[in-house]
Design a binder for this molecule. Structure first.
Ligand SMILES: [Zn+2]
Length: 311
């Protein structure tokens, strides 16, 4: 089930061995058969009016020209035809110039449209977004403050100050996301919560970032304890999802409540947190409630638990 996660399942060969091959990279950057995925700031470029929604992929003579004009170019990989795919950051351009790349082009937040895209396209756009976001946030060296430059086809940056020479690699922020369940006579329940800033009526799983010096399991137990005052055991990994908004890797877990399962939440953080049985969740629409978006691992964790009822 989790192997169908949105933003995963990319079909490009990431071709890591090509990243250090400057000659190959230069040839591919000048090749009109190469494919270019443009981005503007943190927005992907899509073509409106298509079904399914399609990203703008630039090829032909426009591809090398776009790479020459881009602020940063990074190799995404090689497709099954042997063609190289690159992400190109056009962030310094006026927005109008980006939209003029194609009829119907729009600069769109991938989070808004991920579930509407073909899965392979969503994976490519997520890769481009995560990688180029990292470049834009690492223009300067975190060690000495000097300017950095991109290397290895956009998979490494190095401080230009020779005395420093610090190297910087794309970073991810690991976050745990967990469905807490309890056994009861009514067939069990799961704990869902809502934050005040979420869409009206939406209830979802608990989640939080992993802190230095803790395991994933410790992070799960800590977050659940902090957010709802419930102790958990039986922590079980279920699956993961790239979540480049801007740089998270979501690590999905199931956990069982072991304390009295009494919920005590901080109203600064959460507006509500409560136990729901499977039938409660299936009746969400009638109650003015809804589950998280279909492209999120939170949705999958809940659907995974609901499906167990079928057996
Ligand atoms: Zn430096």
């Amino acid at each position: 089930m989790f192997d169908q996660m949105c933003y995963a399942g990319g079909v490009l060969d990431r071709a890591a061995e090509r990243r250090r091959d400057a000659g190959w990279l230069a040839l591919r950057a000048a090749d009109a058969r190469s494919r270019v995925v443009p981005m503007w700031q943190d927005l992907n470029v899509l073509v409106d009016g298509t079904s399914p929604l399609r990203p703008l992929i630039v090829d032909g003579d426009a591809a090398p020209a776009l790479m020459r004009a881009a602020d940063v170019v990074a190799l995404l990989g090689v497709d099954s035809d042997g063609l190289a795919w690159f992400a190109a950051d056009l962030s310094p351009w006026p927005r109008d110039h980006v939209l003029a790349l194609a009829e119907g082009a729009s600069a769109t937040d991938l989070r808004r449209v991920g579930a509407l895209l073909d899965r392979g396209d969503a994976a490519i756009l997520a890769h481009a977004r995560g990688l180029l976001h990292w470049h834009r946030r690492h223009r300067f060296c975190g060690k000495c403050g000097g300017a950095t430059e991109g290397l290895d086809g956009g998979h490494r940056r190095r401080c230009r100050d020779d005395a420093c020479g610090a190297e910087h690699f794309p970073r991810l922020d690991p976050a745990v996301i967990m469905l807490v369940t309890r056994a009861d006579d009514a067939g069990g329940a799961c704990l869902l919560a809502r934050q005040p800033r979420w869409p009206r009526g939406m209830y979802s799983t608990l989640a939080g970032f992993v802190e230095p010096g803790e395991t994933l399991e410790e992070a799960v137990a800590r977050e659940v304890r902090e957010e709802v005052g419930v102790a958990v055991a039986g922590i079980r990994y279920r699956g993961s999802q790239p979540w480049p908004f801007p740089s998270s890797l979501m690590l999905g877990f199931r956990a069982q409540a072991v304390s009295g399962a009494e919920v005590a939440f901080d109203t600064e953080e959460l507006e509500d947190a409560r136990w729901f049985g499977r039938d409660d969740i299936r009746a969400f629409a009638d109650q003015g409630r809804k589950l998280p978006r279909a492209d999120s691992i939170a949705h999958w964790l809940i659907a995974d638990w609901l499906a167990e009822d079928a057996g």
